[in-house]
Write a protein that binds this ligand. Structure first.
Ligand code: HEC
Length: 252
C-alpha cells in the first residue's frame, strides 16, 4: 500500500521533471551551435554543464514517465499516442546522454536532435493530458464543446436539426480533418445505414440499436464511449434530439 502510494507519487513527478530537459536541451544545443562557429572556453563549459543537466533530467523524466504510464491506464487510442510519446522520450534521453558525453563533431548534432525530440515528446505528452489536437483547436471552427441549442420537442426532425450537435461534438474526429474509425459525421451519409466493422452506425427507426447512440450512452469510463472521455461531452438534450431523429426515421 505504502509503496503503491510512493510509486504514484514518483510517477506524478514526471509532470514536473519533464520541464527541465525541455528547457536545458534547447539551450545547450543553441549555445553549442554558437560555439561551433566562434569557440569560447567559458561558453563551452556552460554548454557541457547544460548538456549534463539536460541528459540527467531527461533520464529522470523517462524513469518517472514510465512509472506514471503504468500507474494510470489509458484507453486504446490514447495508448497508441502514449507508446509514441514513450519512444520519443527515450530517444531524446539517449541522444541527450550522447550529446553530454561526446566530444567533437557529433556533440552539437546530438544535442540539437535531443532538443527537437524533447519538443516532440512534450507536445505528444500535452495531447495525452489535454486531448488530441489541443494546440491547434482554437483555429478550428466551430469549437468543440460549443453550446448547441436543443431542438423544441415537438419540431419535426431532419438531419439539419442534428447536424449542429454532430458538428460540435464529433466532427473534430469524424470529419474532413480526421476520419477516426473510418467514419464521417459532417454530412448525411448513406453508408451509416450499412453494417460496418463496429455495427451499424444508424439503424433508422431504432435509436437503441444504432452504434452512434450506443456509444454515446456507454459509461464515460468505457473505452468505446463517444466522444472520448477527455473531450467535451454532449448534454442529455443533445442525445435525446439525436435519438428522436433516428426514431423518426433518420431522414436527410
Ligand atoms: C477525440 C476524437 C473523437 C471524437 C470527438 C469522437 N470520436 Fe467517435 N471515434 C473516435 C475513434 C478514435 C474511433 C475508433 C476507435 C474506436 O473504435 O474506439 C471512433 C469510433 C466511432 C464509432 C465507430 C465507428 C463505426 O464505423 O461504427 C462511432 C459510431 C463513433 N465514433 C461515434 C461518435 C460520435 C457520435 C461522436 C460525437 C458525439 C464521436 N464519435 C466523437 C474518436 C472520436
Amino acid at each position: 500500500m505504502q509503496s503503491d502510494a510512493l510509486l504514484v507519487f514518483l510517477g506524478r513527478m514526471h509532470l514536473a521533471v519533464l520541464h527541465f530537459p525541455v528547457a536545458f536541451l534547447p539551450l545547450a544545443a543553441g549555445l553549442a551551435l554558437l560555439d561551433a562557429r566562434t569557440p569560447n572556453e567559458t561558453r563551452a563549459r556552460i554548454v557541457r554543464l547544460l548538456a549534463r543537466a539536460g541528459a540527467a533530467s531527461a533520464v529522470l523524466a523517462v524513469l518517472t514517465g514510465w512509472i506514471h504510464a503504468d500507474a494510470e491506464p489509458l484507453g486504446r487510442t490514447a495508448q497508441e499516442a502514449l507508446d509514441l510519446h514513450r519512444w520519443l522520450g527515450m530517444a531524446c534521453a539517449l541522444l541527450a546522454v550522447a550529446g553530454a558525453l561526446l566530444r567533437g563533431r557529433l556533440h552539437s548534432p546530438a544535442l540539437a536532435a535531443s532538443a527537437l525530440l524533447a519538443f516532440g515528446a512534450g507536445h505528444l505528452g500535452g495531447e495525452l493530458v489535454h486531448g488530441e489536437g489541443y494546440l491547434t483547436e482554437p483555429f478550428r471552427a466551430p469549437r468543440a464543446g460549443e453550446r448547441v441549442e436543443p431542438v423544441p420537442t415537438d419540431a419535426p426532425l431532419a438531419f439539419g436539426d442534428v447536424q449542429p450537435i454532430l458538428q460540435a461534438r464529433c466532427v473534430e474526429c469524424h470529419g474532413p480533418l480526421k476520419q477516426k474509425g473510418d467514419l464521417r459525421l459532417d454530412a448525411f451519409d448513406a453508408r451509416w445505414f450499412e453494417p460496418g466493422e463496429f455495427g451499424t452506425v444508424v439503424v433508422a427507426g431504432r435509436a437503441a440499436e444504432s452504434e452512434l447512440v450506443r456509444r454515446m450512452r456507454l459509461p464515460l469510463d468505457d473505452e468505446d464511449h463517444m466522444p472520448p472521455a477527455k473531450k467535451p461531452q454532449h448534454s442529455v438534450e443533445e442525445l435525446a434530439t439525436l435519438e428522436r431523429w433516428i426514431e423518426a426515421g433518420a431522414r436527410p
